[in-house]
Write a protein that binds this ligand. Sequence first.
Ligand SMILES: [Zn+2]
Length: 467
Amino acid sequence: MTKSWQSLAIVLGLTLSSSMVSANSQHKFQETKRSRYATVKFTDYKSGMLKLQELEVDVAGVDIKNKLADIFVTTEQLNKLQDLKFNIVSEKSEKDFKAVDEEYKSPSEIETILKSWEKSHPEIAKLHVIGQSSEGRNIYALKISDNVSVRETEESALLFNSMHHAREVMSPEVSLDIIETLLSKYSSDLKIQNYVDSNEIWVVPMLNVDGNAKVWNGDNMWRKNTNYGHGVDINRNYPYLWSSCKGSSGWTWSSTYRGPEAGSEPETKALMNLVKNIRPVFDISYHAYSEIVIYPMGCKGKRTHTKEVVEGIGKEIGSLVNYGPGTAWELLYSVDGSDIDWMYNAYQVIPYVLEVNSRSQGFQPSYSQWRDKTVKRNRPAWMHLLDKMGGSGVRGILDETFPTPENYQIAVKKADGTTLQNYKVNPDGTYHIILNEGSYEFILQKGRDQISTKSLILEGVRKNLQF
Ligand SMILES: [Zn+2]
């Protein structure tokens, strides 16, 4: 055999055997439920995590420093891991799990709480239905701002959202705490009043309403939505680089099943539509657990083209709450079809995932013991983003002399002439560009035509940029 034939045979052999394994596995896994909860200790964290992902293992959370991962698997998967000489350091079965603490919120409790906040603070809180799940539940967003019923073009938006994943019951608590802090302290705390009066703050406390209802129906390790019966991981369903880097699964039984097509799910569509309409400057998507801050991009080796800003602020957040910062592929494994990658690439949002709680606390820690501690610990992170809205950067609006503002771009150049970013002007004419301190040139462009150039020195405070 020639060398090329040999390598072809090897490739074919590998492909053949791995697809046979997958076909067998799918058959088995469809019959048997994931019911074993175990902890794996790695000698090499990175390659161990990669192997778990290849084996379609549901990773619940990690402790990177101690090279540990909690996994939720079928008996067949656990046996396979033992055959492969994975070091399983502890194991419990599903019957050892306590039921979810009753004080965590169900979809209907979230609805009641949001309606009562809107009723008690009508001047600064307005409830919006942003979509409906496949089981027909409303998905809510609460807008918090002065003159809350109108869009004020002199203010920019931020987004905080929770519960892409059903079992992560602490995540809505963080969103509810953001709402409660802003509304209850508005009239007594000048800093809070300033946050509310100068921004449009949008909070989605529970995106995956159907999945969460399933958690309350006794399936407390459920992660996906419930669409088609088998459900979809809605945080693998967003259209940017969907299904592109083995960062999701094509098997319907997998906990990271990406869905039949990009953006197919009602929850994904609801959040996409909200982002399209409000054009937030920043986003935090709350998840659990692992005490990490994740910034885009999710596919191995990829980073944002404005990483000095995106990763810089991510690290600041991390140090404020003592969470480890990094991309998903640095901290966990490759992820494709996530909300943060899509937001950054579609609408130049600066987005983060915060995985609250540690390995020892897990998905559903005692409410009385951990709820208040967790939300308090997370306050400096979201407040930091609100501070950054008035921090280093530029803001402005194209007036009526510029029709169809969305056809304009602002090229941001450093003093040495290198282009940092081509910022797309929002359809309402607004732009809000977060930048590190320094000297910049801003060139307003329409297609290839340069319309106007402005130079500014930024020293930590937002400046007005008007063309
Ligand atoms: Zn999650």
